[in-house]
Ligand binder design. Structure first.
Ligand SMILES: C[S@@+](CC[C@H](N)C(=O)[O-])C[C@H]1O[C@@H](n2cnc3c(N)ncnc32)[C@H](O)[C@@H]1O
Length: 186
């Protein structure tokens, strides 16, 4: 049950990465969400952004770059997703501005990045978040997408209270994502 939403998302994203009308339609879901996140973290062109969990069609990483001009590095621990996402980034002509790597959020060194973005499907959410918060540089901003309470059993989050002490929050309506929490390393 826990993996139903992440698996469905991957299937839809595989289709989107290969089909422009599906890509355009699904990207509508992310546009307002990402705009609100850009505002929340005040992301600038000079930021170095790391996205954890891009999937085969990394909408969030792509929109973060398009809305801010910042360089974005996207990682995923599924080799097949990375391969499809690399092809899409090349097709979109973003190879100089967006890098896609096969890596796990639990192993990546976060100190080179000023903004870190975590997808709601990241697993295990609390462990990856603690690893990133511990290793990132002072002043770095971490954005964590959190599911609606009623849906949290469909994601890899056991303890939402870990994310309560955030510096700010963007609340999203009409989505499986309840809010994005902002943490600033101090
Ligand atoms: C399907 S995507 C959804 C994100 C969406 N495409 C976006 O742009 O916001 C979520 C991805 O997170 C990846 N993932 C989950 N846990 C991870 C982890 N610990 N490290 C890296 N990737 C992870 C999964 O393999 C999956 O492909």
């Amino acid at each position: 049950m826990v993996k139903v939403i992440p698996r469905t998302t991957k299937v839809l994203e595989r289709l989107a990465a290969k089909n422009t009308p599906i890509y355009r339609t699904l990207s509508l879901y992310y546009k307002k969400l990402v705009r609100e996140e850009v505002t929340l973290a005040n992301i600038q062109a000079t930021d170095k952004v790391l996205c954890i969990g891009g999937g085969p069609c990394p909408f969030s990483g792509i929109l973060l770059h398009e809305y801010t001009g910042a360089h974005v590095t996207i990682i995923d621990n599924d080799e097949c997703c990375v391969c499809i996402a690399k092809g899409l980034i090349e097709k979109l002509g973003y190879s100089d501005s967006i890098t896609v790597l096969h890596s796990d959020g639990n192993n990546i060194s976060p100190e080179d990045y000023s903004v870190i973005h975590m997808a709601v499907q990241v697993s295990p959410m609390e462990k990856v978040f603690c690893h990133l918060r511990q290793g990132c540089r002072m002043g770095a901003k971490i954005l964590v997408r959190l599911p609606k309470k009623t849906l949290s059993n469909l994601y890899s989050i056991n303890d939402l209270s870990v994310f309560q002490s955030c510096s700010g929050k963007a609340v999203h309506s009409w989505r499986n994502v309840d809010s994005t929490a902002l943490f600033i390393k101090s």
